[in-house]
Design a protein around this ligand. Structure first.
Ligand code: ADP
Ligand code: MG
Length: 226
C-alpha cells in the first residue's frame, strides 16, 4: 500500500538545503500495524507528512495504493487524502466551536456523502469509540482521551484504508492512551493499515512492526515478537 523508494527531503535554511530525510526506502503492506520511533527532530513528522500526501519529497518515488502520488495534481491528491487516509494528531486538531458530532460529520461533507446521511454515520462512529453519550459536547467539555477518540471517529468516518497517527497518545495520561491503543488494535483487526509515530516504547509495543529512525535514516526495522 505504501512504497517509498529512495526518498530524500531537504528543508531550505537561508537558501542552504538541510537534509532531513536521507534515502528512505520503506514498504508497508495492507493490514500492517507499524510504529515509527525516533528522537525528537529525527524526521518522523516529515516522513508522516510525505506518507500522508501532505508534503512532497525533494527526490525519490512514492507509490500509494498503486498510484504515483509525486506526479499527481493537488486536486487528485486531496481526493486520496480524503477517501483513503485518516489522520490523528497529538493535539487532536478538533474545531473548538463545533460539537463532537459536527467535528465527525465534517469529513463526510468533503467526501460528498449526502447531507441526510451524515448525522447517522457520524453518530455510529462516535458510538463505536464509546462516545455515544457525548455527541453534543464541545471539545473543551471533553477530556483529552475523549477528544482523541472524537478525532479517531473523525479519521475513520470515511472508512479509510490507512490511519496515520503522529504521537496519538503524546498528550494523554496512561489510561486514556491505553483506550486509544485498544481502538487502534480493533481497527487493525478489522483490516485498517496503521502507521503510528511514537516516542513511547510501551506504546510502540502495540504495533506488529517497529521502525527506528535516527537523523533522517532508518536504523532498524523489525517485526514484533508474537
Ligand atoms: P520529528 O517529528 O522526528 O521530531 P520533524 O520531522 O518534525 O522531526 O523535523 C525534522 C527536522 O526538520 C528538524 O530538525 C526540524 O527542525 C526540521 N524541520 C521540520 N519542518 C521544517 C520546516 N518546515 N522548515 C525547516 N525545517 C524544518
Ligand atoms: Mg514530530
Amino acid at each position: 500500500m505504501i512504497k517509498l523508494e529512495h526518498i530524500n527531503k531537504d528543508y531550505q535554511l537561508e537558501s542552504t538545503p538541510v537534509p532531513v530525510l536521507k534515502d528512505i526506502s520503506l514498504h508497508v503492506e495492507k493490514g500492517e500495524y507499524v510504529a515509527i520511533m525516533g528522537p525528537s527532530g529525527s524526521g518522523k513528522s516529515t516522513l508522516m507528512n510525505i506518507i500522508g500526501c501532505l508534503d512532497v519529497p525533494t527526490s525519490g518515488n512514492y507509490i500509494f495504493d498503486g498510484v504515483d502520488v509525486v506526479n499527481m495534481s493537488e486536486n487528485q491528491i486531496a481526493k486520496i487524502r480524503c477517501h483513503k487516509i485518516g489522520f490523528v494528531f497529538q493535539n487532536f486538531q478538533l474545531l473548538p466551536g463545533e460539537s463532537a458530532l459536527q467535528n465527525v460529520m465534517l469529513p463526510l461533507s468533503f467526501s460528498g456523502v449526502p447531507r441526510n446521511q451524515r448525522k447517522e454515520i457520524a453518530l455510529s462512529a462516535l458510538e463505536k469509540v464509546g462516545l455515544g453519550d457525548r455527541v453534543d459536547h464541545l471539545p473543551n467539555q471533553l477530556s483529552g482521551g475523549q477528544k482523541q477518540r472524537v478525532a479517531i471517529a473523525r479519521a475513520m468516518v470515511n472508512q479509510p484504508q490507512l490511519i496515520l497517527a503522529d504521537e496519538p497518545t503524546g498528550a494523554l495520561d496512561q489510561k486514556s492512551g491505553a483506550a486509544v491503543m485498544e481502538l487502534f488494535s480493533q481497527l487493525n483487526e478489522e483490516g485498517v493499515t496503521i502507521v503510528m509515530i511514537t516516542h513511547d516504547a510501551h506504546i510502540a509495543e502495540h504495533a506488529k512492526r517497529v521502525i527506528h529512525i535516527i537523523d533522517g535514516e532508518i536504523e532498524e526495522d523489525k517485526e514484533a515478537m508474537v
